[in-house]
Design a protein around this ligand. Structure first.
Ligand code: ZN
Length: 406
């Protein structure tokens, strides 16, 4: 039977195509306002051209031609325009203590003479080494920090709903990570927010890379009727799940009209400075004592990429289920683009590690969200798109594993 006749869930392209440079496929969703994520949304996905090169690789190529000295001058100009000399904060740097936020805050403060307020939406379940990295960032790095500690009951319930309805364990973290900084910036009247890497580096529409600014649609709302958490509308969360509006507020984006009035700008430092995760890692290690995970992360080969949340391993397992792309696919693609791996090496790593089941923290996560492990496994099977998966001798196999290099 031709695979094009098999149902494709989530609006994914029916025909699976891999990039010939990295190991990503056209099944990878682009980023999308997280609070609009519903069961039947159609997500835009990574564009791969007729030459079999994806937009993320295209962007990596473009990065080679960027005049980085010119871009740094733009950054200095921006900083000169907003730098405060009266002792007040002039920018917000969101982060939970990962290498990229450490690097961003450090550069802004010590190289560009800015006065960042760091803002943290903590991981769903901190790993102990992740928490140590966070403390080091603040204590060794020398930053003021506002941490928003979530209401555990609402947090656990919304995380469970996101898994049940969307198989998306990481949703509450993404919501907070995108929404908290603009809200704090509004409250404290701080005009600039700096994130690290532009998301386009991972395959958003390439047009988004031509600006340093983040579009407001990702972090603001015009009306509460736009909001879905765990795929459930706000009225339903209140009526069916016994949550109050007050308990949900922390997960909402900032108000659009308030943001309009304030002129707060969200920038990517990666637009102004050539950003490579490995360099951010080395920098954070040297300057604030950042430590990699003491063991290999399940599902991949790396030790230092997003290691502060126990639920993260599960998140990448679910991307493997939904899109056929596990954590090694993401890690290897990025390293191929930064020329730290060849495509052949990437393919071998994907074959070896993608989809490895992350059992290390599973029990703890299941306890936090009050879910039975068997139920989680059933949900996984329920979310396997027929165009990607088939059962062979009782085992699930990908119909379209990563293409070998020619
Ligand atoms: Zn690619």
């Amino acid at each position: 039977m031709s695979s094009s006749r098999l149902a494709a869930y989530y609006g994914l392209p029916e025909k699976v195509v891999f990039c010939k440079r990295c190991v990503m496929s056209n099944q990878r969703p682009s980023s999308y306002p997280e609070f609009k994520h519903t069961k039947d949304r159609i997500t835009p996905t990574l564009h791969i051209g007729e030459d079999f090169v994806c937009d993320a690789c295209r962007y990596a190529e473009k990065k080679e031609d960027i005049d980085w000295e010119e871009r740094e001058k733009e950054l200095i100009k921006l900083c000169d325009q907003y730098r405060r000399t009266d002792g007040y904060y002039d920018c917000v740097v969101p982060g939970s203590g990962g290498k990229d936020s450490c690097y961003a805050a450090h550069l802004l403060k010590y190289k560009y003479d800015m006065h960042p307020l760091t803002v943290t939406w903590p991981p769903i379940l901190y790993t102990d080494y992740g928490y140590r990295n966070f403390r080091n960032w603040i204590e060794v790095g020398g930053f003021d920090n506002i941490t928003f500690n979530q209401n555990g009951r609402a947090h656990g319930l919304l995380t469970r709903l996101a898994i049940e309805n969307l198989l998306h364990p990481f949703q509450t973290f993404i919501l907070g990570q995108k929404n908290l900084a603009p809200k704090i910036a509004l409250k404290y009247n701080i005009p600039l927010i700096f994130y690290g890497e532009p998301e386009a580096e991972y395959g958003n529409p390439i047009a988004e890379t031509s600006t340093s600014l983040r579009d407001k649609s990702y972090y603001s709302m015009k009306d509460i009727s736009e909001i879905y958490l765990g795929g459930v509308s706000v009225p339903e969360l209140i009526e069916e799940y016994n949550l109050t509006l007050n308990e949900l507020l922390a997960f909402f984006p900032a108000d659009y009209s308030e943001l309009e009035k304030s002129n707060i700008q969200v920038h990517y430092l990666g637009y102004y400075l050539k950003w490579t995760p490995q360099e951010a890692y080395y920098f954070a290690t040297e300057n604030i004592g950042f430590r990699a995970r003491p063991f290999r992360t399940q599902g991949t080969y790396s030790k230092y990429n997003s290691i502060d949340d126990k639920i993260d391993d599960l998140h990448y397992y679910t991307t493997y289920i939904k899109f056929g792309l596990g954590r090694a696919s993401y890690d290897a693609s990025q390293e191929i683009r930064n020329k730290h791996l060849t495509r052949e090496e990437g393919v071998a790593l994907v074959k070896r590690f993608d989809g490895e089941f992350p059992d290390k923290y599973l029990q703890e996560v299941m306890e936090f969200i009050e879910m039975d492990t068997n139920h989680f496994m059933e949900l996984c099977d329920h979310h396997r798109s027929p165009h990607l998966w088939q059962k062979q001798n009782g085992e699930w196999k990908l119909r379209h594993p990563v293409w070998e290099s020619e």
